[in-house]
Ligand binder design. Sequence first.
Ligand code: TXA
Ligand code: MG
Length: 363
Amino acid sequence: MAGVDGVARAAEVIRAGGLVAFPTETVYGLGGNALDPLAAAKIYAAKGRPSDNPLIAHVSSVEQVRMLVRTLSKDAEKLMQAFWPGPLTIVMPKADIVPLATTGGLQTVAVRMPENECALKLISESGVPIAAPSANTSGKPSPTEAAHVYHDLNGKIDMILDGGAVGIGVESTIIDVTGEQPVLLRPGAVTLEELSEVLGKPVAIDPAILAGGVAAGVAPKAPGMKYRHYAPNARMYLVGDKSGSADASPSTASDAHVAALILEKTKEALAEGKCVGIICCAETKALYAQALDDKTQKSAKLRVLGSRQDPLSMTHNLFRILRAFDADDTEVIFAEQYADSGVGFALMNRMRKAAGGNVLYTA
Ligand code: TXA
Ligand code: MG
């Protein structure tokens, strides 16, 4: 974890209008004073991010939230009570004090209280809410280690606090509570099921985040969700089994079908001289490892996301693995498709975006 001196120095940088990358439990954030329009402008410039894409304000206390919002609804209070500090961002009507530069011109503000100790300390020592997008170059996989931040932003920001590898590995869940019905804008580790249970009513899903949403031309409510995202340099394909619906529990037969198609496509791409990557899970690893002979393995690299029994083990590794494939100059990635339920919804949302909508199905 980042030393106490580091946090004190970082807080000074934030107060002086500078930028500090810091760990959270989801991904690393690139922080600046959320009340300072110039800091917001610096954040957009460092990331190469379009300035209509609003930033999340990170807080360390409920008093800070009251300062940022015009009204705090009952729903918002229930969610804060149940999930904060933690990986949930709540979109609320903004107070005048929040500059439009931070909210991308919107009259709403997205607020989150992270659970990570270093992040909480940084916010409280700075004495201001901290606007922080993920600390990656716009469009690239979000950083889950300080080294990823260094790779993307070295020389463009004032400081990086190194808190080691993050736990969750994908960005926070975003829920909009400004309308009559709450709407899920981005899936994350806090699941749709958990949100509806706490609110005691159904939560709508922004159609843009459903499979094919953006591809089908639906404009997302979270502006950031419309951009190509999390993308490795390689062309990536998700590979699924047509015979089983996405929510069906995985079967040995469908695993074998998917592995056969991935191996067939891998051979084709290798024959074209391409550098190939395969993403599988612990449960299916043997299907590939057995089939890839030594010669093939040299150019087709197999990476295991985690266990399908534990989707958080897979979200934890996803972005690191996509970056590792970039480092290998991988040109094509074939990835297994998993169930969309629970945390799997967040995992598949990021994988679909990384694949830019490319999906292959078994016959
Ligand atoms: O886990 C996270 O949320 C990380 C860490 C650093 O906290 N942050 C993060 O920020 O993922 P960023 O900027 O990469 O993603 C923020 C998303 C974007 O899709 C943005 O469009 C959406 O939140 N957003 C922000 N303010 C919004 C608002 N007022 N209304 C709707 N969507 C909003
Ligand atoms: Mg981001």
